[in-house]
Design a protein around this ligand. Structure first.
Ligand code: HPA
Length: 254
């Protein structure tokens, strides 16, 4: 293979179209990669892409693995270990999330500044793989310099971005109104079913991480709102061009 990417992107639910911007040199189906789990969710196509984005070598995961699909937490994060072996230094993650910050609207982009892990397992459970310490720091897990650059790009391009804390649940149920309110009280701004395991492993491996949520639905306010997978996919789709621009330009500037 000709490419030697330093940056990998994980494309979340309904956010796979960033891949259209990649000049793909090689696409490998997950089922053709030894030990790789195979994605089962509708809207996740399951390919590892290598190519160029904005003049830079890039690796992308089109479709990720979720804990709710039944994989154990080490399977969910296996691709991040593969990335490490391939020399990836920067990880960009995207996801669709439910917002519970009253300042948020559907379709907003949220720069993830921190996270809360509510999954029943930590992906570093077990023998320590010496890509990092036994008890790794999760302080500034989301690289402050990346956040600063993205804020700058957003301002220059008139794109509104929110900042917030992402809480990961195991899913697959969306939150009850009471759960939304609970997560808000705990300090979260958005909730989803992914990202946190991958980020934990990436940080343990010394990678610099940038995370972005597309707010696809809202919960926890006075009026309870019901959410469906279709609505989530639709809102994520609509936000794709803005997210693509931010990530493409971030790669140019790092
Ligand atoms: N909750 C959990 N995951 C989600 C949501 C949500 O409201 N929206 C999109 N992914």
């Amino acid at each position: 293979m000709q490419t030697s990417p330093k940056t990998a992107i994980i494309l979340g639910s309904g956010l796979g179209r960033l891949a259209d911007e990649i000049k793909i040199e090689q696409a490998i189906a997950y089922e053709d990669i030894p030990h790789f789990p195979v994605s089962t969710v509708e809207g996740h196509s399951g390919k590892l892409l290598f190519g160029r984005l904005g003049g830079h070598d890039i690796m992308a995961m089109q479709g990720r693995f979720h804990y709710y699909e039944g994989y154990d937490i080490h399977e969910v994060t296996f691709p991040i270990r593969v990335m490490y072996e391939l020399g990836i230094k920067n990880l960009f993650v995207s996801n669709a999330a439910g917002g519970m910050n009253p300042q948020f609207s559907i379709g907003d982009l949220m720069v993830i500044t921190d996270h809360i892990n509510m999954l029943p397992e930590n992906p570093l459970r077990g023998k320590n793989v010496p890509t990092g310490p036994r008890f790794p720091s999760m302080h500034e897990a989301y690289d402050p310099e990346f956040i600063r650059i993205v804020d700058e790009i957003a301002a220059q391009n008139d794109i509104k971005v929110q900042h917030g804390v992402y809480v990961a649940t195991q899913g697959p149920t969306f939150e009850t109104p009471a759960e939304y309110r609970m997560f808000r009280i705990l300090g979260a701004d958005a909730v989803g079913m992914s990202t946190v395991p991958e980020v934990i492993v990436a940080v343990h491996q010394g990678m610099r991480v940038f995370g972005m949520s597309v707010i696809t639905d809202l919960g926890g306010f006075a009026e309870a709102v019901e959410v469906s997978h279709e609505e989530v996919t639709e809102a994520a789709n609509a936000a794709q061009p803005k997210m693509t621009l931010l990530m493409k330009e971030l790669i140019n500037r790092i």
